[in-house]
Design a protein around this ligand. Structure first.
Ligand code: UDX
Length: 408
């Protein structure tokens, strides 16, 4: 099939390459000519395992010109929906992409892939007019495993009328997984509900871990026992410093805002965000229980990326932790195996950087574990004779060790 993808960001490029791998003829449109050039040269504009190899093994063309979408049976809109100042999603890129598609295509199926509040895809349909059918088809990709998530999804969700669903069925016919066919609004909501539930699991795990600590219980033991209940499952019960990234914080906030604008007070979602905001402070409380005055102290921050396997710092807990440390007058020495150049863009020279865990430990009065990269998680801290506060769970702690959710 001839398939178009608008937006060569994270979602769009994975969608384009993934569908091209399944034999579709894919054209990707992006306004950024440098990005387009890179893609056509076979270089992905961001790092994702396996993506370069996959990009170079498929037939895919990128362009800045919407006219290249000619003859596409379906066009996926994969543009960003960044948060506005009030937390609601900014939809202007979705609408302008739809307008440009309308100017260059006579009709067909336009499928919104971006995460949008229910009702948005219908508005895209009104803008496109009667020659088009609209659909929604959310992505559930995790950074660091996006391509394998795309190739072997747990499910493909598709929302639309019969005509649109038939076209999407053809697009995804070679995917061996359940296909969930629903209304456009339900599809839009499935994405929000999935991310909000995963974020809720994490905040729940964090709240219970905080209570465990007060009651003299090790939360890690609790989750081992709880997670084996097949109705619950052990994933996303990792307690610690909380969740970050480009999706969970933004999506929970946007869903909460959408509820609020319709007069509903989303109390659970509110608490999910509030607990997540508090966890970095919990780490500093644990640190202060051993080192009450942080002024002039050198504190090591181990891990900067919002999770292992990425250089992405969006909503990273490390930034919150560092902010509190700097406000308390501490100096920060940070280490991350991959995110230092990204960190420098955000933090500038307000912190110093080390090249290894060892270098941090040799030069600080205390250290905090914020992101569980293998080199950080598996490091042997037993020889480190200073306070170590763990927000993720290291395997070989030291004598002066405090962990969120572990009594001391
Ligand atoms: C997430 C969703 O998993 C994906 O389906 C969606 O489309 C985009 O958002 P991603 O942001 O790449 O993917 O990261 P994910 O692996 O889900 O982790 C999100 C955050 O939660 C990270 O900061 C991670 O450290 C944290 N987390 C995760 C926990 O604190 N505890 C856990 O048990 C799991």
């Amino acid at each position: 099939m001839k398939v178009g993808v608008v937006g060569a960001g994270y979602v769009g490029l994975i969608q384009g390459v993934g569908l091209a791998e399944k034999g579709h003829e894919v054209t990707i449109i992006d306004v950024d000519k440098h990005k387009v050039k890179k893609i056509n040269e076979g270089t992905p504009p961001f790092h994702e395992p396996g993506l370069k190899k996959a990009l170079n093994s498929v037939k895919l063309r990128a362009s800045t010109d919407y006219a290249s979408l000619k003859d596409c049976e379906v066009v996926f809109l994969c543009v960003g929906t960044p948060p506005k100042d009030d937390g609601s999603a900014n939809l202007k890129h979705v609408f302008s992409a739809a307008k440009s598609v309308k100017e260059h295509l006579g009709g067909g199926v336009v499928c919104v892939k971006s995460t949008v509040v229910p009702g948005t895809t219908e508005r895209v349909g009104e803008l496109l007019g009667g020659n088009f059918s609209v659909a929604h088809n959310p992505e559930f990709l995790r950074e660091g495993s996006a391509l394998s998530d795309f190739r072997s999804p747990d499910r493909v969700v598709m929302g639309g009328d019969e005509e649109a669903l038939n076209v999407l069925e053809k697009v995804y016919q070679n995917f061996d997984c359940p296909k969930v066919k629903v209304t456009v609004r339900a599809s839009e909501m499935i994405k929000y509900a999935s991310n909000a539930l995963l974020a809720t699991k994490i905040s729940f795990a964090n709240e219970v871990a905080n209570i465990c600590q007060l009651l003299g219980v090790d939360a890690s033991e609790v989750w081992r026992g709880v997670g084996l209940d097949s109705r619950i499952n052990p994933r996303f019960l990792g307690h610690g410093v909380g969740f970050g990234g480009s999706c969970f914080p933004k999506d929970v906030q946007a869903l909460r805002k959408a509820a609020e604008s319709r007069g509903y007070d989303a109390q659970l979602l509110d608490s999910v965000l509030k607990i997540n905001d508090e966890q970095p402070k919990k780490m500093i409380e644990l640190l202060k229980s051993m080192l009450p005055d942080l002024k002039g102290r050198r504190v090591g921050v181990l891990g900067l990326a919002f999770k292992p396997g990425t250089s992405d710092l969006r909503e990273a807990r490390s930034l919150k932790v560092i902010n509190i440390l700097l406000e308390a007058g501490a100096e920060v020495l940070a280490f991350d195996p991959r995110a230092v150049s990204e960190a420098k863009k955000v933090l500038g020279d307000s912190v110093s950087y080390a090249g290894s865990v060892r270098e941090v430990l040799d030069n600080v009065d205390a250290a905090l574990v914020v992101t569980e990269w293998d080199v950080i998680k598996n490091h042997d801290y037993s020889g480190f004779d200073k306070p170590l506060v763990d927000g993720r769970g290291v395997s070989k702690p030291n004598r002066f060790y405090r962990r969120i959710g572990k009594p001391f």
